[in-house]
Design a protein around this ligand. Structure first.
Ligand SMILES: [Zn+2]
Length: 186
C-alpha cells in the first residue's frame, strides 16, 4: 500500500517532477534522479497531484523548486485522506517552501505540459497532460492509478467524491483517447 509513482518530465529546458513519493522511496528517488544526471536542486517544478502521504512526503528534498498543487487540495486535502494530526504541520512546511497554488483548470506549466482538474479521489487532485509527438499522455496519479480503475470506471480508493472520481476517469480517457488506441490491451 502507498506506492505513488514519480514521473520526470522535461520540456522547454524545464524539469518537472510529478509527485515525489514518501520516506520509504527517498533513497530510490535520489538514485533515480542521479541516474538521470540530476540533483534535486536542478528540478524546476514539483507538481503534487494531491497531498496524500505516499505522493508528497519527500517534497522537502526540493527546496530550490517551485512546488505546485491545486488550491482546493491545499485547503481541503489531508495526508491520509481523512482528518489527521500531521496534515497541519505538513502544510506549514509547504508554506515555507516556494509554494504556488494552482487556481484554475488547465493551468499551463510549459508549452506542452498543463494540469487538468481530476477531483474525486482527493478534493483537489490534478493530473498532467503532456503533448508528445506520438500523442497526448496523461500522468493521472490516483485519479486513474491502474487498468482495473479504467475498466471499473472508479479508482479502488475514493476519499472525497465518487461521482467526481468517475467523471475524472472519463475526462482522462477522453483527453487521451487517441493514445489509448495505440495500446493493444485496451
Ligand atoms: Zn491518493
Amino acid at each position: 500500500m502507498g506506492a505513488g509513482s514519480v514521473t520526470l518530465i522535461e520540456d522547454e529546458g524545464k524539469r518537472l517532477l510529478v509527485d515525489v513519493g514518501h520516506f520509504g522511496n527517498r533513497d530510490q528517488l535520489r538514485t533515480a534522479l542521479s541516474k538521470a544526471g540530476l540533483e534535486p536542486r536542478e528540478v524546476d517544478y514539483v507538481v503534487l497531484t494531491h497531498i496524500h502521504w505516499d505522493h508528497c512526503l519527500n517534497v522537502d528534498m526540493f527546496t530550490s523548486s517551485e512546488i505546485l498543487t491545486r488550491d482546493k487540495e491545499f485547503n481541503l486535502g489531508t495526508l491520509s485522506g481523512i482528518r489527521d494530526v500531521s496534515t497541519d504541520s505538513f502544510k506549514e512546511l509547504l508554506k515555507r517552501m516556494r509554494l504556488k497554488l494552482i487556481s484554475s483548470d488547465e493551468f499551463a506549466l510549459t508549452k506542452n505540459v498543463r494540469t487538468i482538474d481530476t477531483f474525486g479521489h482527493a478534493p483537489g487532485h490534478v493530473s498532467l497532460t503532456v503533448t508528445e509527438p506520438s500523442g497526448l499522455v496523461v500522468v493521472s496519479g490516483d485519479a486513474l492509478p491502474n487498468l482495473r480503475a479504467l475498466k471499473r470506471g472508479l479508482p479502488d480508493f475514493v476519499f472525497h467524491d465518487e461521482t467526481m472520481a468517475r467523471t475524472s476517469i472519463g475526462r482522462i480517457y477522453s483527453t487521451s483517447r487517441d493514445t489509448w488506441k495505440l495500446m493493444r490491451w485496451t
